[in-house]
Design a protein around this ligand. Structure first.
Ligand code: PLP
Length: 381
């Protein structure tokens, strides 16, 4: 059976061009980038070239990019750093952030290092900007942490609108762009953003590498201390192979963005139309408009007693999709995102997420399987 991968919001397949770029750093360029000899200098050059590539694509200075071990680390560093080093007393965030942000906010509540304000959501799963302004008016020394696009729903916040409100009220703004990096262009000269976080494995780079963009003037202390790597911002011998690969993955993603956007959007539209027709009572979770992240499509099916085993039954038939966030990918256990947006609602939720490697034929096959799995007479595990 040929398996079909429709769980690209959880992670993506490495791009062959990225693998190619990694190879020299697995073979001959193995020096420690902190070493002064030629081996070390060559490795250092790879890292700095990668940093310049990332900075060029985001329109920021190379010194504003700190490579990290993942998106989670970058989120932790931004939020904890803003509270511990930049005098932040209030954190405004949403109940549908990824756990990499949500759990940090909960930790700050537990330790009483900051007061956390959970913003109201619109019915589409976006931050309610009127509520944001109310909260910003009422508090000083604020960090706003709101993701660009939600990993489960695809609902997308307006970074310019949120950042402008933050500037108006003198608040810092962190945004988790883990799901949108490589899929949308970011001009950090124009966008009023102080911290932005990225993870390479969401756009065909390897797992275990990401970065934090920290605007000059909003610099925090390192989260990981020890050596002087990353210009004293992140101790530990650098993941050179990963860093070089991240930059290559970004370069490829932005080079081909328009073509891939059109291809993936067409797959999403095709699947949405087919599933809404094929499964009675099905609806879209989150934002049904074209403004939603084009790689993510999340359906709700009314409770018919089959929902619980849906993801497993799809997998048995060779279709990889997800019922919750990336961390609980493959499981259909309760999602804090779905619960926050649709409290108490019963039924099944299923997320399909696409990449440039998916095809129309794969979408058609996935819909066929879904229809069969959801059919009243289907045999269940
Ligand atoms: N933020 C969002 C929105 C994500 O989707 C993820 C991964 O699922 C993360 C953060 C965590 O990134 P990483 O897996 O690199 O730690």
């Amino acid at each position: 059976m040929e398996r079909i991968y429709l769980d690209n919001a959880a992670t993506t397949q490495l791009d062959p061009e990225v693998i190619e770029a990694m190879l020299p750093y697995m073979h001959e360029i193995y020096g420690n980038p902190s070493a002064v000899h030629a081996f070390g200098r060559k490795a250092r050059a790879g890292i700095e070239q990668a940093r310049r590539m990332v900075a060029k694509l985001l329109h920021c200075a190379p010194g504003e990019i700190v490579f990290t071990s993942c998106g989670t680390e970058a989120d932790n560093m931004a939020i904890l750093g803003a509270v511990r080093d930049l005098g932040v007393k209030h954190v405004i965030t949403s109940p549908i952030e990824h756990h990499a942000v949500e759990h940090v906010a909960q930790e700050l509540e537990r330790t009483k290092e900051a007061e956390v304000h959970w913003i109201r959501l619109t019915p589409e799963g976006k931050a309610d900007l009127a509520h944001l302004e109310e909260l910003l008016k009422a508090h000083e020394h604020v960090l706003v942490s709101l993701m660009h696009a939600n990993n489960e729903l695809g609902s997308r916040n307006d970074l310019m609108a949120i950042g402008s409100l933050c500037r108006k009220y003198n608040a810092l703004f962190h945004t988790d762009t883990v799901q949108t990096m490589g899929h949308y262009r970011f001009d950090l000269e124009q966008l009023p953003i102080d911290f932005l976080t990225c993870s390479a494995h969401k756009f065909h780079g390897p797992k275990g590498v990401g970065f934090l963009y920290m605007r000059n003037g909003a610099v925090v202390h390192p989260l990981i201390v020890g050596g002087a790597q990353e210009r004293n911002m992140r101790a530990g011998t650098e993941n050179i192979i990963g860093i070089v690969a991240l930059a290559k993955a970004m370069e490829v993603a932005y080079r081909d963005l328009d073509a891939h956007h059109a291809h993936i959007q067409a797959l999403k539209d095709r699947m949405r139309a087919k599933v809404l027709k094929a499964v009675p009572g099905s609806t879209i979770n989150g934002d049904p408009s074209p403004d939603s992240l084009y790689t993510v499509l999340n359906f709700h099916f009314p409770d018919d007693g089959k929902g619980e085993m849906l993801i497993y039954n799809m997998d048995i038939e060779g279709i990889a999709c997800s019922g919750g966030s990336a961390c609980s990918s493959g499981s259909n256990k309760g999602s804090h995102v779905i619960e926050a947006l649709y409290p108490g609602r019963t039924g099944a939720n299923i997320r399909f997420s696409f990449s440039k490697f998916n095809t129309e034929a794969e979408v058609d096959r996935a819909v066929e399987v879904l229809e069969r799995v959801m059919a009243p007479a289907a045999v269940k595990v």
